[in-house]
Design a protein around this ligand. Structure first.
Ligand SMILES: Cc1cc2nc3c(=O)[nH]c(=O)nc-3n(C[C@H](O)[C@H](O)[C@H](O)COP(=O)(O)OP(=O)(O)OC[C@H]3O[C@@H](n4cnc5c(N)ncnc54)[C@H](O)[C@@H]3O)c2cc1C
Length: 500
């Protein structure tokens, strides 16, 4: 067993974080984009929507105060000026809205939980916001097949709780789980903390129902795990960020819920040790590992300062959060403890805590999951969501810090180590277009030299649309543009996003 002294649990209960910075300026002013040739919303358009959706004031919002939260993104970095939010409840209503918008050349921005990190879910100008908030029905959980079918607006955590009652789970977990929608998760091909174990949405989505840009419904809602009878069209919509069609229903495969879990939070002296521990964990914990997250000391300083969550151990240069999930408490516990003990003896790890208690595991996870809370308090931050070789994670963080000299308040890195996904965070007092441009040129060069990606899991949305031609071969970029033209000839679906 692990020494009590080393693995003493010492956690402070968090106070609720308060305080946002002011709402951002309009996206069109800050990022200088031009409005497309769409029609402006008029009284008779509104009348149509009101007639279609009924008298329910919840389904057509036009009051500017009510609209604010739909116009501004979660990170307070983008703000559109839409004058209407439509909240259909059924696929038929979505279909009628889209058909009408296509005929009348009205642009649409589809929004799920509005937790996206690339400002894909908020309008840039006055696009009609189509919110899936009321499309929140769980249609079926099939315990024999291990599948769930639901409307696109079901909140990830709600679906997971419903599955928990039947001992299944959503094979996806994000810090935003209490707000993000399943439709949004599919539209962004969300990754999250357990991708290492369960894979991404391409592997877990069995079927989709889509409303196309002309309003027709496309039924791809199959729930069989194996089906090679034709092209896998559903995959076109996974990660398409609302630009090719609107996801109205989702069928997911859902693995059995683990019966036992353990979480360790470890302090390490160097990044070399972090890599050695990862290798060791992969070898010795193999099938029971479910998450491996890395953070540096500045990340934890940031977290302590901005979320008031205290890490369970003292300050170390690097930290690892390792989670195991399995089916046998005793076997998994013994195995994890043996792994941790030998990591201590071999000097890979300097200190740490390990727990299998739910409340303590949740407290440890909050340190990692609530890192983004503090971002809203600052002037400008870039969350660079990079896919690069794990050996380069902190070389790049150090190089970025050196490149920016004293122009940034904070530069730190954390991320999904097991998936090679670094979140490199740069925080400055205010938005400076020149600095951001220079930084992006610097990062793009470094990341592309490593055959990496500038968007590992957050999508391109509005902020990263310039990477579409840069990150793809000329022929694949060409094909993507042709597909967009074919599937949305009037470009009404989420304009200014993904496609530059
Ligand atoms: C604290 C925090 C932690 C996060 N952690 C992670 C993480 O670990 N991994 C990760 O991948 N992401 C993470 N995210 C980002 C975000 O939560 C995900 O991208 C999530 O999948 C977005 O879902 P949403 O419902 O909020 O979508 P929104 O933000 O509303 O929309 C995102 C995009 O999807 C489109 N869209 C939404 N719904 C539909 C639909 N029904 N049909 C078609 N298009 C649609 C929108 O137009 C937009 O382009 C995090 C965000 C926060 C705030």
């Amino acid at each position: 067993m692990l020494s009590k002294k080393l693995f003493k649990y010492n956690f402070l209960i968090t106070k609720k974080w308060r305080g946002f910075r002011n709402k951002p300026d309009f996206t069109k002013n800050v990022y200088q984009v031009e409005r497309g040739f769409y029609n402006y919303l008029q009284e008779h358009h509104l009348k149509f929507f009101e007639q279609l959706l009924g008298d329910d004031t919840e389904k057509v919002l036009t009051n500017l105060c009510d609209l604010e939260k739909y116009n501004v993104d979660w990170y307070l970095q983008a703000r559109g000026s839409s004058t209407v939010v439509l909240k259909p409840k059924t696929t038929e209503e979505v279909s009628e809205i889209v058909k009408y918008c296509n005929i009348n050349k009205l642009a649409i921005c589809t929004q799920g939980g509005n937790t996206g990190c690339s400002a894909g879910g908020v309008p840039v100008f006055d696009e009609i916001i189509l919110s899936t908030e009321l499309m929140n029905k769980i249609i079926e959980i099939d315990e024999n097949e291990g599948t769930a079918t639901c409307q696109a607006g079901v909140i990830l955590e709600t679906l997971d709780n419903a599955l928990a009652e039947k001992n299944f789970m959503v094979p996806l977990d994000l810090g935003s789980k209490s707000s993000c929608h399943i439709g949004g998760n599919v539209a962004t091909n969300a990754g999250g903390i357990r991708l290492l174990r369960y894979g991404n949405m391409h592997g877990n989505v069995l079927g989709l129902e889509i409303v196309k840009a002309n309003g027709e419904t496309l039924d791809l809602l199959k729930i069989r795990k194996k089906d090679n009878s034709g092209l896998h069209l559903k995959n076109l919509f996974i990660g398409s960020e609302g630009t090719l069609g609107i996801i109205t229903k989702v069928a997911l495969q859902c693995p059995p819920r683990p019966q036992t879990k353990h979480v360790a939070f470890l302090g390490l002296q160097s990044y070399d040790k972090v890599l050695q521990i990862l290798k060791k964990a992969r070898r010795e914990l193999a099938e029971i590992i479910s998450a491996v997250e890395v953070m540096d000391s500045i990340t934890i300083d940031w977290s302590s300062e901005h979320t008031k969550l205290k890490p369970p151990i003292d300050r170390y240069p690097y930290y690892l959060l390792i989670e195991t999930s399995g089916s046998n408490e005793e076997y998994d516990g013994l195995r994890f403890n043996a792994f941790l003990e030998s990591a201590l003896v071999q000097n890979y790890v300097l200190n740490g805590v390990v727990t299998g208690e739910l409340s303590k595991m949740q407290s440890i996870w909050s340190v990692r999951e609530r890192l983004a809370d503090g971002f809203k308090k600052h002037g400008w931050f870039g969350i660079y969501d990079l896919s690069i070789p794990i050996t380069e994670f902190y070389n790049l963080v150090d190089e970025t810090r050196a490149y920016l000299k004293n122009q940034a308040e904070y530069v730190f890195g954390f991320g999904h180590l097991g998936d090679g996904n670094l979140h490199l965070n740069v925080i400055t007092k205010k938005y400076d277009q020149r600095l951001v441009k220079d930084l992006e040129i610097f990062l793009t060069k470094r990341v592309f030299n490593m055959n990496g990606s500038m968007s590992a899991e957050h999508g391109l949305g509005f902020f990263k649309r310039k990477y579409l031609p840069l990150a793809n071969s000329t022929s694949s970029y060409q094909l993507m543009k042709e597909l967009k033209r074919l599937m949305d000839p009037n470009r009404i679906l989420n304009p200014y996003k993904v496609f530059p």
